[in-house]
Design a protein around this ligand. Structure first.
Ligand code: 3H9
Length: 653
């Protein structure tokens, strides 16, 4: 083996048996920064002139092959050489180039691999072109080379969704040529040696059959329907569908599209979301704090929320002990949990062995003392202070002193719940969103006395549950429901001022929300919020503007979809405007002497977004949210705010 050869600070190689083994080492994810690109260019120049080098193996240091283009460089002036130029040089290279995928090959990373003359992968490798999730299309050949390996239909699905596939599936789809169980570098060297002097299979030179028009139509309609106004998926579809043309033409089109999208507001928003997610995990005051060990989780209250939490905990590998008020209720809870798991089994998300293992880790009881082995107990009982404080007093007696107690309250003050325990420092809030086994957001509530390692444990458990944890301080409704309340209040003001529910919903849906606010109310049911408003009536400041239209709807028995009517009516399941609702709104306006005026979509949006952003500012000023980007993530992941708009704080900026 030769002495190490440095091509740049991040790209180096050694020669063994005539094979130049090149390693990219640019933590954290070996992104193709300018430094890496310069190194690859220098490496090719060296390999070309080196008589000793007969072939190249390209691999990555650490657990990633190449994580993609360096997203931090986007928005800065371009530096030579460009990635497409490096990739073109790899594909055209006279000596065989083997990609040895030691880990994730994503975006520009997969594009590098696609230009290599053969791709072998370790079993842990993953490949994908996730660019659409960043509001862009692949910009270094992905839309043109991938279809040449997989056919247009598969490439369309992968590129338009950004789906990442495991090595075994990549092999089945023809993206990689082999999956290696043993030593990847050794296998790659053997492959490289065998390729010397043989004809090369250059991806760019392969032909690809155009898709038949019916299939094209069907596939693109499906993708565009999901895109909800985002540009990148549509552009990805256009580029992949036209991959049958000459490569150079396709590459030029792709590059121009990539550059235009990269500089768009949509891409900036999605980049903001990407970095916001990584930032959210960094919580002040927790540096070096070790979380407590958690193996067994108790869940109190096995209704819809508790069962969802149980399913999430079981699938993350925890033992779960469910508690409900009676043996009968506990058994019903167990059935509900198993029912949810069975759905996952039927859909293929869960295999039989995992199902059996999870079932074996679940037990239920109606006896508080049976929770004594728990390291963490999460309560998901009725959102009532007396019910929750009674439960916490009881739990405080049966749990080990180092066990953690979490409340899933949405609107109560967790400090008041913590105050009834002997050890308030072991109490925190874990506010799940329903259905808890599906929704990714988890608000982790730092109460006044929560100990740092208790908070750290909440975050560690959230990570294991594969949730996006956002730390929030205590305020009514925490981050999400505070902003949601402000948004809802503004929507009701708009309603009273003259906008109709369907106009407000259309404005929101055209903006990218999956469903308008009033349609969401109908889906969720209007009665719970009504009950809360009735409870709050006595303490409401009479000088506050109060819109009673929703109350009038409830009084008329319009509780939403379940009742067949709410803000809309639902003949044959389709949402339709109801003149009776219009009449209720008009009566309410008249009673207050309001002369309705018309609102443009832009005005509606502006008012709603401004209300959210103003409430967000309050949360920041009061230290409830640590950073604006945390607020954005809550609204995107819990309330349907379109990710490609970056969240309410980003949108306001
Ligand atoms: C692209 O390739 C365009 C091309 O088609 C065209 C070019 C011409 N750049 O996620 P983690 C940072 S677009 C810069 O926690 P993991 C991240 O911010 C790109 N930085 O690690 C974090 O920093 P910090 C297409 C990046 O092990 C740290 O790395 N590629 C990049 O859980 C660790 O990140 C993608 O979209 C990047 N590309 O997961 C893939 N990626 O520690 C994006 C990460 O300061 N990346 N960072 O907070 C991922 O999906 C995951 O990071 C990966 C590792 C699976 C690679």
């Amino acid at each position: 083996m030769s002495a190490p050869i440095e091509f740049s600070a991040t790209v180096s190689g050694t020669i063994r048996d005539g094979v130049l083994i090149v390693t990219l080492d640019s933590p954290p994810v070996n992104a193709t920064s300018a430094e890496v690109r310069r190194g690859l260019k220098a490496m090719l120049e060296f390999a070309e002139s080196s008589a000793e080098t007969t072939a190249i193996v390209l691999t990555g240091a650490g657990k990633t092959f190449i994580g993609g283009a360096d997203i931090k460089e986007f928005g800065k002036p371009a530096e030579e050489p460009t990635l497409p130029a490096v990739i073109e040089a790899i594909e055209a290279f006279g000596k065989p180039v083997v990609a040895a995928l030691n880990g994730a090959a994503l975006g520009g990373g997969l594009e590098v691999a696609l230009a290599c003359h053969i791709r072998i992968a370790s079993a842990v490798a993953q490949v994908g072109l996730p660019e659409v999730k960043l509001g862009i299309v692949p910009g270094a050949g992905g839309t043109q080379r991938l279809p040449r390996l997989t056919g247009i239909a598969v490439a369309l699905e992968l590129i338009a969704s950004g789906r990442i596939v495991k090595a075994s599936e990549a092999r089945a789809l023809g993206i990689v040529d082999d999956v290696v169980e043993g030593d990847l570098t050794e296998a790659a060297i053997a492959v490289a040696k065998a390729m010397v002097g043989k004809p090369r299979r250059r991806t760019g030179e392969l032909s690809v059959a155009a898709l038949d028009p019916a299939e094209t139509e069907r596939a693109s309609a499906k993708i565009l329907a999901k895109a909800r106004g985002q540009k990148a998926p549509g552009e990805a579809v256009r580029l992949v569908l036209s991959a049958a043309r000459p490569l150079a033409e396709g590459l030029a089109d792709e590059r121009a599209t990539f550059l235009a999208l990269r500089d768009s507001r949509e891409a900036a928003a999605l980049r903001h979301v990407f970095f916001a997610e990584r930032e959210a995990g960094k919580v002040a005051g927790l540096e070096g704090v070790e979380p407590r060990a958690v193996a067994t989780i108790g869940i109190c209250g096995l209704g819809l929320m508790g069962s969802g939490i149980a399913v999430a905990a079981l699938s993350a590998g925890y033992r779960v002990i469910g508690l409900d008020q009676t043996a009968d209720a506990a058994e019903k809870g167990r059935e509900r949990i198993i029912g949810l798991m069975e759905k996952n089994l039927a859909s293929g998300r869960l295999d039989q062995a995992s199902f059996d293992a999870q079932k074996a880790r679940l037990s239920v009881t109606a006896n508080d003392a049976d929770l004594s082995p728990c390291d963490l107990v999460i309560e998901a009982v009725f959102d009532d202070l007396a019910v929750k404080t009674d439960l916490f007093r009881r739990l405080d007696k049966v749990l080990r002193p180092d066990a953690i107690l979490a409340t899933n309250t949405s609107y109560l003050n967790p400090d008041e719940i913590a105050a009834v325990t002997q050890h308030p420092e072991r109490v925190l809030g874990l506010h799940f969103f329903s259905p808890a086994h599906v929704m990714r957001l988890l608000e982790v509530v730092r109460c006044a006395k929560t100990a740092p390692d208790v908070l750290a444990t909440g975050l560690a458990v959230a990570k294991k549950l594969r949730k996006l944890a956002i730390v929030t301080g205590v305020t009514e409704g925490f981050i999400g429901n505070s902003i949601f309340s402000a948004y809802r209040r503004e929507a009701e003001f708009l309603l009273e001022d003259g906008a109709m529910p369907e106009e407000i919903d259309r404005a929101l849906e055209d903006y990218g929300f999956p469903m308008g606010l009033f349609a969401v109310y109908d889906m969720a049911g209007l009665e719970i919020a009504w009950a809360r408003r009735k409870r709050q009536a006595a303490t409401r400041d009479p000088s506050d503007r109060y819109v009673e239209i929703a109350d009038r709807l409830c009084k008329a028995g319009r509780f939403g979809q379940k009742a067949g009517r709410g803000w809309y009516v639902y003949p044959e399941g389709k949402r339709v405007v109801d003149p009776d609702v219009t009449a209720i709104i008009e009566t309410a306006r008249a009673k207050k002497g309001i002369t309705p005026r018309s609102f443009s979509q832009a005005e509606i949006l502006e008012r709603l977004l401004a209300a959210m952003a103003a409430e967000g500012q309050r949360l920041l000023a009061e230290g409830i949210a640590a950073r604006a980007s945390d607020i954005d993530l809550v609204m995107i992941n819990g309330y349907g705010f379109p990710a490609h708009k970056g969240g309410p704080m980003f949108a306001a900026g």
